[in-house]
Design a protein around this ligand. Sequence first.
Ligand SMILES: [Mg+2]
Length: 270
Amino acid sequence: KVEKIIHNIRSAGPGKLQVISDFDMTLTRFAYNGNRCPTTHSKILFNILIYIYIKKNKIGHYYPIEIDDTRSVEEKTPLMVEWWTKAHNLLVEQQIGKDQLAEAVRESNAMLREGYQGFFDLLKHHSIPLLIFSAGVGDILEEVIRHNGVFHPNVRVFSNYMEYNEKGVLCAFKEPLIHTFNKKESALLNPDMFGQLQDRPNILLLGDSLGDLTMADGIQNAQNILRIGYLNDKVEERRSAYVDSYDIVLEKDETLEVPNAILNYITEGK
Ligand SMILES: [Mg+2]
């Protein structure tokens, strides 16, 4: 099945392709030298926030629910909204200034996966749109991409964006709230964007949670979708669910080697 999809995408050429990707733990590393890397929720003032998250609000309580595949999406959704709302409120309470953001990103150890330069540059070179859907914080992930020098014009981000007051201090998050399980709806909320992309019926989808699989649902007339899933954590328990849902499953792979090899093959000689 994978060979057939790749063959079809290659035959149609890069002009018919778009890439849809999650951000945290998909384009960024899950771990480096055995330590977990932060997500865009936890990057700012990392140590303080992690402390507040875990100690005060028992946010450690929500992550096992998020990745529990025995619970339905319907059951998990209200809990995700609760988690995200608490996390956003905590960030607002920190009175973060706009200028502190870039500084925090520079100091954080958020890392894009090995091979990111080749990935972003190849997509730019072939004018292949890269749509990033993230339940993290858009302002921060944009800063991470910019900081790494790969925020090319073909990159579009759909995420949670901060709102600043007249003093340049974070005061709220813009609607709609995007969490792990409603990326599909957020895709449908952007019909203009998807209208422009309708002549690109082939999709390379990258994700690390089962919720990420719905990211391409806003695309009408999709013809060939190749789904690549990063299985970063709880590998043994989750392997069969991932293998059933993704076309390719990458276990504890901290690189973009596989997507890069496929993109190189698809665009070769074009
Ligand atoms: Mg993710």
